[in-house]
Design a binder for this molecule. Structure first.
Ligand SMILES: Nc1ncnc2c1ncn2[C@@H]1O[C@H](COP(=O)(O)OP(=O)(O)OP(=O)(O)O)[C@@H](O)[C@H]1O
Ligand SMILES: [Mg+2]
Length: 357
């Protein structure tokens, strides 16, 4: 009894994907335990955090007078250090079962091309959440593993992760990244474009949740089958400032979405044009795997297939691909050590050493 409770004080390995839209955590042996929006509600006067995650999102758009809902991560990187730290701390605590306050280890995904400062911020946040050892792994590699790419495969595979704030294109072979490129465009840009369109052309200002709902319920990357399908959306009239409602059709939403998905497709094509010939040959044979919440947009697969002239498939549970990939690394300790990208950490230590020397 006593030993069991002692053991319970330390929870085991965690895989953490903290994105600009959502934070997802899985715990070894228990699966996904946290899937919450990466937002915090803040008291604008005192700066105090009043809610985190789902609870904060529930307030979004209908905040109390002195409360603001903010996203501490922007475009996949830490924009607000203190709130990122508190948010991670909260989610990690939620992921731990019961009374434990400490986790032995965690693997976290980090966007390719983040600066040392940005990665250091994540690392420090994890340390504050009482995690013993933190392994940072590049997002593209984690997505590939989670999407079913075999690590001993010598042929290259391409994975395109479309998140809220970023689109990350990665090509992996033999368990290593051979090419990665992250662009600051994602599914949030569709919401923003819808909001902008309705404000400028229809005279209605809508909230972020309404824009996202329009995208999910009516949106499509390809010509909608039922272009006349309508939804009533409500918001505030631009002219009068009073509450108002309009009908929005699938055709109108499709027109807006086109401008964004075209840019995403351009990024993917540009990335593919930079590959070495042998790698390009592999991708020609195998096509592309999609991950991330943006892949769930109706017609996305088909649209990218048409634009790139390649076979495109979406991973199972695309929003969880990264965290599934990270979790698999716990079963391959040698590989985990090889792919860990903690250099900035060591670089900082080395710098510190240089000053001491
Ligand atoms: N069924 C759906 N249809 C269309 N879009 C969807 C659907 N489900 C989720 N999304 C969109 O996916 C986005 C979130 O994706 P994801 O959780 O992969 O982002 P993230 O990893 O937090 O962001 P990033 O990787 O850019 O930091 C949101 O913009 C959301 O609106
Ligand atoms: Mg992501």
């Amino acid at each position: 009894m006593r030993f069991a409770s002692l053991r319970d004080l330390v929870s085991d390995s965690m895989a953490i994907d903290m994105g600009s839209a959502s934070t997802i955590i899985s715990v070894r042996g228990r699966g996904i335990v946290v899937d919450e929006p990466s937002v915090v509600a803040v008291n604008k006067i005192t700066g105090e955090i009043v809610a985190i995650g789902k609870e904060a999102q529930g307030m979004q758009g209908r905040e109390a007078r002195d409360v603001g809902v903010v996203a501490p991560l922007v475009d996949g990187v830490v924009a607000d250090f203190e709130r990122t730290q508190k948010m991670l701390d909260h989610f990690v605590q939620e992921a731990r079962s019961g009374i434990s306050h400490f986790s032995r280890r965690a693997v976290m995904s980090v966007l390719s091309g983040v600066t040392q400062v940005e990665q250091r911020a994540l690392m420090t946040a994890a340390e504050h959440a009482h995690i013993g050892r933190v392994y940072m792994v590049e997002e593209g590699l984690a997505a590939a593993i989670g999407a079913g790419v075999k690590l001993d495969d010598r042929h290259a595979s391409a994975v395109v992760d479309i998140g809220g704030g970023t689109t990350n294109i990665a090509v992996v072979a033999r368990g290593s990244i051979v090419y990665a490129h992250a662009e600051r465009i994602g599914s949030f840009d569709i919401d923003a474009a819808i909001t902008d369109r309705l404000r400028r052309h229809r005279g209605l200002i809508i909230g972020v949740m309404t824009a996202e709902r329009l995208k999910m319920d009516l949106g499509s990357a390809t010509e909608p089958e039922n272009a006349d399908k309508n939804l009533t959306v409500k918001g505030r009239d631009v002219q009068t400032g009073s509450p108002g409602a309009i009908e929005v059709s699938a055709a109108e939403v499709y027109g807006v979405i086109q401008t964004i998905v075209r840019k995403i497709a351009e990024e993917v094509k540009m990335a593919l044009a930079e590959l070495q010939p042998e790698v390009a040959a592999d991708i020609y044979d195998r096509g592309i795997v999609l991950t991330g919440g943006g892949a769930l947009l109706e017609g996305m697969e088909e649209y990218l297939a048409r634009e790139t002239q390649l076979a495109v498939r979406t991973a199972d549970e695309p929003r969880y691909a990264i965290v599934h990939g990270l979790a698999q690394l716990f079963d391959e300790p040698l590989l985990l050590r090889r792919v860990t990208r903690n250099e900035p950490h060591f670089a900082l230590d080395a710098e510190a050493g240089a000053f001491e020397g």
